[in-house]
Design a protein around this ligand. Sequence first.
Ligand code: ZN
Length: 829
Amino acid sequence: MQRLLLSVIFILGISISSYSQSIPSPDKFLGYDIGTQFSRHSQVVDYFEAVAKALPNQVKMEKYGQTYERRPLYVTYISSEENIKNLNAIRENNLKNAGLRNGASDNPEVAVVWLSYNVHGNEASSTEASMLTLYKLLTEKQDWLKNTVVIIDPCVNPDGRDRYVNWFNETASQPYDIDQQASEHNEPWPGGRPNHYLFDLNRDWAWGSQTESASRLKVYNKWMPHIHVDFHEQGINEPYYFAPAAEPFHEIISDFQRDFQTEIGKNHAKYFDAEGWLFFTRERFDLFYPSYGDTYPTYMGAIGMTYEQGGHGRAGLGILNDEGHVLTLVERLTHHTTSGLSTVEMASKNAKRLNTEFSKFFDNSGLKYKSYALSGNPDNIGSLTKLLLKHHIQYEKVTTNKASGYNYTTGQQGNINLDENSIVVHTDQPKGKMVKVLFEPNAKLTDSLTYDITAWSMPYAYGLDAVASTSKIPSKPVKLIKNRKPYQPLSDAYGYVSDWNSMKDAKFLASVLKADFRVRFTEKPFTSNGKDFKRGSLIITKGDNLKLKNMRSTLDAIAKAHDKKLETINSGFSQNKPDIGSPDIKLINKQKIAVLSGEGTSSLNYGAIWHFFEQQLKYPVTSLNTENLSRTNLDKYNILIMPSGDYGSLLNEDTMNTLKDWVRSGGKVIAIDAALRSFAGKDDFSLKYKKTENTQETENLTAYGDRERENANNLITGAIFKSKIDATHPMAFGYGDDYFTLKIGSSTYDILDRGYNVGYITDTNVFSGFAGQNTLKNLEKTLVFGEERMGNGSFIYMVDNPLFRSFWENGKLFLVNSIFFVNNNAFEL
Ligand SMILES: [Zn+2]
């Protein structure tokens, strides 16, 4: 009987129903109808595995990484049997088509579509939709798979998603409560949106600072899909949003990329119209900042799109929105499934065209700047090359000692000197458009109303001298195997000196302090053993470290691990003073650092600080919850970092007095960005808001329809300014006289009349990005970095957050300096 049945199926050929029989449906597999519960990440992985097991010839999973909380990251390839068999050949052919791999491509006709779900953990409907989309593709849409490879990443941010889902499961009523005020619709700090270190992964594509992004970039750049969709959710009262995107569009986006977005949007509209669903397009979500899940793929040649469903962390399983509609998870995931499938349909119907146009995108002969030459501190150049490698962008060594073009430091045409450490990045490489986006001095804005920052130019972020040249700068390839000299063990000496320029040096300091070395730093330049040492240089003497066993071999091991070359000094007597025993050469405290977290703090800024200490500097930090601050014994710490935040309710008179007393006795408070508001204009502080010039001299006759645009005049949306630096202050050791700062807001503070103005704005030229005209009037003579003493301790002010999204590499040393160098009279615990 069974045999007979099998042969009947065989004769009929594989029918759609046979697929549905062999593949478990999400409902059946999960044990509940999809959308009636939130699925845990492990269940989602299990479902994909079950489908891959049921149909191994069409579904292939690849683990591409692991989150900080050790959840696995997977992509799943779904296509016809034939394509899955040739998966690697299809991939390589695609790279050849883009010129990213040598050799002629073999007339590619297979479209590659990448669907990324749930980058924001609490926008949780999309991961549910990924399961239904997988099932429907295989059971209903086999035809499309003949010429399409679909890559599904069911959850880009598993740590954030499970944070949300676990919280919801432990909080929600049964049945769910549709009342907006119910606790299940109000997530506690920090919410499920970000990843473990509270980074917004949808702002991290270009920087790859988080392990999820860095792992994804590897597999993304291996594939280079033709279409990439990033699934999101917006407020509960919003309908559905899909492409075409809003202005501003970055100027490198091709006509085809614009047009095809519209074609896809119209295809979605057909399905949404048929059901009577509301949606909008062309508003709000623009294509400019390069670090999103839509722009990054776009600048890598794909049709990159964001889809937004109403819902978000508030919506739970069901919520009554302000329009009187009960919005359910089932409805949300149905919409995302519809748009996802419609995207694959469009890819399949246009597979050949997508390939032809994809190939055209990589012709970069029309770009204005042919080369970007960069010069400066070798450590910073080294950090930049690591970023370039993440995107498979090539760079070369210069073979000339001068280059001319747009000079980033002066903002004018001019020359820079180049040396053996200088590099050049050309735009006549396949990734040339991404090179332009990352390096050009000032990206052209077609509209000032944008969703995000408008400046990120790499030479400023890495603190390098640079020119953008309209002609190609002579260069030679970097040798793959460096002829690096092997590490030379230290000889016995009076002491050893490290220069102080970069995060590399800071990481070395953190390591030696953790190994219990006693380390000094110099506040004045000195000469010893024929070598000049600048301010901030670290000095490790034998005499200071007699208690350490195997002092020299331990130091060798640490220096080697950090790729550091230490200089030797043979005497405490310097050729040019100070001598090593001078009061200007100070012992560094092994600082005990606390950082505020929780309610009131910006989760993004707190997370960036947490990540900075744990993953970059690798130096311990204790997180203190703001709720417990009033009963915390601050005497256990030397440093208290206050991330950007609103401390209005926390810093009542009592807590403020406790904090001041702690500082007077030698503590240091480092306040970042909005945390400065807690002190500006308050008793005992010289920090003051800059009085705003009267900008209301004309009558307020702004039309209602112009209100958003008028408001933009008062905004700085991430713009780059040149600031003056007091390089003799310990907070600025390792820096020159100028520093390019990324302003992300328009709050301005006067220069301090008591205390040290370490960094301040004198030049209100916007070097890059958008700053509304009203803001510029208030910017002159305003503070960027400052120190105000109180008793034995200090308040340190960082108006511009140097850890913003962790990509402003050149700002990080200001924070390290503040911790280890500034006001070194502070007490030792
Ligand atoms: Zn989102």
